[in-house]
Design a protein around this ligand. Sequence first.
Ligand SMILES: Cc1cc2nc3c(=O)[nH]c(=O)nc-3n(C[C@H](O)[C@H](O)[C@H](O)COP(=O)(O)OP(=O)(O)OC[C@H]3O[C@@H](n4cnc5c(N)ncnc54)[C@H](O)[C@@H]3O)c2cc1C
Length: 401
Amino acid sequence: MKNDTPILIAGGGIGGLATAKGLSSKGFRCIVLEKSPVFGEIGAGIQLGPNAFHAFDYLGVGDAARSMAVYIDSLRLMDALSADEIVRIPLEAEFRARFGNPYAVVHRGELFSVFLEACKASPLVELRTSAEVADYEQDGKRVTAILANGERVAGAALIGADGLWSNVRKRVAGEAKPRVSGHTTYRSVIPTEQMPEDLRWNAATLWAGPKCHIVHYPLSGWKAFNLVVTYHNDAPEPVAGKPVAADEVRRGFEHVHERARQIIDFGTNWKLWVLCDRDPISNWCDGRVTLLGDAAHPMMQYFAQGACMAMEDAVCLSAQLEAADGDIERAFRAYQDMRVLRTARVQLQSRWIGDHIYHPAGPHAALRNQIMQAKSAEQWFETLHWIYGGSGLAGGAAAIL
Ligand SMILES: Cc1cc2nc3c(=O)[nH]c(=O)nc-3n(C[C@H](O)[C@H](O)[C@H](O)COP(=O)(O)OP(=O)(O)OC[C@H]3O[C@@H](n4cnc5c(N)ncnc54)[C@H](O)[C@@H]3O)c2cc1C
């Protein structure tokens, strides 16, 4: 063990637990302080680019994560007005060879349990629930996390992995509320037999229509399908996980092709989110305190990279803490310097994708179709290289480190 005084991690989401796993693998003791009474994730799907698998390997959970993934063979973009395919990016042997790892989809709960079990198995990780970090104090040698119930927890450092509404970020960056995007997302997970047979594609499929889009892909060894539909309806207030009736979901999709629209009819137990993000910032650090995952760089989900970025952060932060030989402030600054521009690019590109690829109409949409259709698979791989990394890199992690 490298530290007597533990490193504190506020938030036990994917980012917080990946960090605890990364730090414990390097010999650092840590305490995860999670606000909720139990550790858990919502029951929906998540897409993972090859960079997520680079991170899994570095964090020592590669085999477990691979065992629960569904390996889709393409990313399909459909025109939601005509029901024609716009483009299909192949994810098979050539893609895997190029990026050194696959593209896959997983159930969030299953992915989360990989990290949770790994943390539970480590004697260096202490997991605490009902422990909301409200604030912190520091004196140059230690940080004290002040919990909402008044309890004080002392640590050598504090990592704010407490998500979009991060209390730690409030102190570090002094910012107000996140930006409400006005985009409303509805999610449902259905048994595979409930999905129309002619749409049970082994692909992450996205139907792009004016101010809306529909996503579906298989999950959990093909036992289920993940449905995510998004409508740009200028919703003014943030909402997370509110149950809604199917009629409300249908309302934003009356203008799209019947083939795309029918997907909504098969969804059940829909839940609603009004999506938020923030502009990138250049400082995530305050002495022995830093930010990670959505607390540092919350983004729209359109590039399917928020959790991937949180896991990359965990890799980079663990490596920098190991390299800094006890100089935590130096490690945190080095981590920030390595992560800010990459994550800023993903944040900004995620917004851009919504406006210019997923939601345009008329000539803008026709131009999208023309430009995207003109690209070869090789040109798509070239476009994606900066984010997914390459196969010749040490452990695949060089895109991150
Ligand atoms: C519709 C949708 C689809 C998405 N699809 C993808 C995808 O396909 N691929 C992808 O990579 N990403 C995707 N994302 C993004 C991804 O879900 C997030 O980026 C990721 O979950 C962020 O993880 P995190 O651990 O940083 O934050 P969170 O998951 O928000 O975890 C934060 C944790 O901190 C806890 N907490 C909050 N405040 C406090 C506090 N003060 N003290 C202690 N604990 C606290 C919370 O209870 C929570 O457990 C999607 C997001 C959405 C909304």
